[in-house]
Write a protein that binds this ligand. Sequence first.
Ligand code: FAS
Ligand code: PHB
Length: 395
Amino acid sequence: MRTQVAIIGAGPSGLLLGQLLHKAGIANVIIERQSPDYVLGRIRAGILEQTTVDMLHEAGMGERVQAEGVVHHSIELVFSGVRHAIDVHGLTGGKVVTAYGQTEVTRDLMDARNAAGLTTVYEASQVAVHDFDSNSPRVTYQKDGQTHTLDCDFIAGCDGFHGVCRASVPEGAVTEYEKVYPFGWLGVLADVPPVSPHSIVYGNSERGFSLCSMRSLTRSRYYVQCPMDDKVEAWSDQRFWDELRSRLDPALAERIVTGPTLEKSIAPLRSFVAEPMRFGRMFLAGDAAHIVPPTGAKGLNLAASDVKYLSGALIEFYAEKSAAGIDTYSQRALARIWKAERFSWWLTSLMHKFPDTGAFGQRMQEAELEYLVNSTAASTVLAENYVGLPLDWGH
Ligand code: FAS
Ligand code: PHB
């Protein structure tokens, strides 16, 4: 089989890239190791920056996010038992974020790809990438007991943190930066109305971090910080609801509508960047190249901006026979990635209880938060990073 761009991974990065390339007339095949149901079953991100929503429209499937996404003009910070609103919309000249689950983004992209009759090979095994340092790279994989070869011009490694593409780069050709946080997030999904349907609530308390979010006006997403070696089995629904309430201000805690959880999982938190993101004819995009702690709601949105840069570069290559875009892809993507890494690390450091935080550290966090909510300058810094910096900010 032959195509122009071989995409490894059918998560949001791979599917969005495939859709944008298809709309530009560039042939692409996606190779995915899991089944469609498995990919859709992963409960992950929930907040989209405007640039991500705009890309869904550009890809021709923005109707549902337009109809069902819930636009947020503000976020709220709870600390010292008091809740404060940050007017993100007012502080950024009208920018917003949209609550729309990654599962729905993935579903929309899958439906669009199927409607276009594009090839996605699911449940492929032994996926391997070859000769990406030449002008004729190829991908091999096992499917239905047979070995298949996909010849291509380029390989897009959209295969996430544990994927094969970054792992296939020769030793010494990639530099990895990593910070693992000493705690995790216990997240639940429940078909109950969100406690704060018009904002996302971030909590700092002496018991640890909490987050109140949503997937729709009838489905809520909540998180509490937990020990990194904690087990989901140790958390009954009742224990979760009680712990969440204990970390919020009394008025909000009172308003929490509880119910049976549909999903309960613990996610580890890490900051990670691999440099560079291009190796000859192979490019990394999304979690294959970087991971952020989800505190800043940047993971999925960074994957989208990588795809924006990469799709533009590949379209320019085929349309104008220019390598300018592909030659600068890594540098442009990393410029935005590192600023989002910093913001995610800063907000995680401010909102979570670390082993060495102690009483003094808790007071320092509360003092910074008290300053932040009372300073237009400090709140603007938070707001403009939260809505996402422009794609070519600082250039
Ligand atoms: P993905 O990991 O989503 O997709 C990679 C795909 O490649 C997968 O389908 C995988 O099966 C496939 N693959 C892997 N190896 C392969 C191989 N060898 N061959 C073929 N296919 C292969 N972000 C937020 O903004 N907010 C959150 O709350 C949040 N929560 C998260 C919770 C968890 C547990 C995780 C892991 C991530 C979370 N994220 C969150 C980040 C997440 O949303 C990612 O940013 C997003 O999934 C990135 O999308 P992709 O780059 O497509 O990677
Ligand atoms: C979510 O809705 O899953 C979510 C919202 C905000 C975050 C992280 C996750 O910072």
